[in-house]
Design a protein around this ligand. Structure first.
Ligand SMILES: Cc1cc2nc3c(=O)[nH]c(=O)nc-3n(C[C@H](O)[C@H](O)[C@H](O)COP(=O)(O)O)c2cc1C
Length: 288
């Protein structure tokens, strides 16, 4: 009964999806996507996506057009069937294998440079109220390199809530810094650009912070730990430290070499270091 009901609402969800199932899962779309892929620069943001029927691909492409950053498609070692009923069964047994024995389906990606990015966006569908298994495999394969990295999840589903998928990501990458995740229902994929833009502002990763400040590296100052949980410390001689949130509001100010971030919400902050010669240097700080 449960399964019959599930299949019914899934059919509605899939019918509402703006992208046809099968064509998005074939080799031609893979080739098409290769043109967008450039995962070698190893700096700034990275978008990673897996899509079975095309929605996550469309969302990732929108995000890419906003952020203009590197993008990588997660490629299962064994391509999934294009038959809907069969993929339901395959997905269910892969999720059971993960839960039972920590056995993740193979993927061909091996992104050595992933640790060099500042933030990783992961776009994926929800399967049986869980993160689609290829996306779980990707996080699992790269989890050590994602320690301390900002991870921003974008999940699409027909109707189910995404908390189970967020729990999957947190379980696989316990040392990553997760922003608030974004849920885009299949029926809303056409509106993805607006939803993504608002969400990027909320999580402070829009790339156009209201501070108008550009992060500047200055070898005279070391900031550690970064990401930070309780405090950040700054080495070197300076006049004053000011910590701004992503909206440019001052959240801390001191002449000491330590700034407490314990009570601040997780997210991106900007630390302005005013030097003894009254020059200002800005560094990005991640509160975990
Ligand atoms: C194997 C499988 C399981 C799914 N399980 C659910 C579910 O539990 N709840 C739900 O609302 N949608 C479910 N869906 C629907 C997808 O999450 C939804 O159509 C999504 O937008 C598809 O994204 P994609 O086009 O990137 O693959 C499932 C789809 C598949 C293929």
């Amino acid at each position: 009964m449960k399964r019959r009901f599930f299949i019914l609402f899934m059919m509605i969800g899939v019918a509402l999806s703006i992208n046809a199932c099968n064509s998005d899962n074939d080799a031609s779309s893979e080739e098409e996507n290769q043109e967008n892929i450039n995962a070698n620069s190893g700096s700034g943001n990275l978008i990673v996506f897996y899509s079975w029927s095309g929605n996550s691909r469309a969302i990732a492409n929108e995000l890419h057009s906003i952020l203009n950053c590197d993008m990588v498609e997660i490629l299962p070692a064994t391509p999934y069937t294009t038959d809907y009923n069969t993929v339901l069964d395959v997905a269910q047994s892969e999720i059971s294998a993960i839960d039972r024995s920590g056995s993740y389906p193979s993927i061909t990606n091996n992104l050595d440079s992933i640790g060099d990015y500042d933030a990783i966006f992961v776009c994926y569908p929800l399967w049986w109220s869980r993160m689609a298994t290829p996306a779980q495999s990707f996080l699992h394969k790269h989890s050590e390199k994602l320690n301390g990295k900002t991870v921003a999840l974008v999940c699409t589903s027909a109707s189910s809530g995404i908390s189970g998928t967020v729990a999957d990501a947190r379980r696989i990458c316990p040392n990553s810094v997760f922003t608030e995740a974004l849920h885009i229902r299949s029926a809303n994929v056409a509106n993805a650009r607006n939803l993504l833009t608002q969400w990027l502002e909320t999580i402070g990763l829009s790339g156009s912070s209201n501070t108008g400040i550009q992060a500047v590296n200055n070898a005279d100052y070391q900031i550690y730990p970064n990401p930070a949980r309780d405090y950040v410390q700054v080495s070197g001689e300076f006049e004053q430290l000011t910590l701004l949130n992503a909206n440019g509001a001052t959240v801390a100010e001191t002449r000491e070499n330590i700034v407490s971030v314990k009570s601040l919400p997780t997210g991106i902050y900007f630390l302005i270091i005013k030097s003894k010669t009254m020059k200002e240097f800005v560094r990005k700080v991640v509160k975990m």
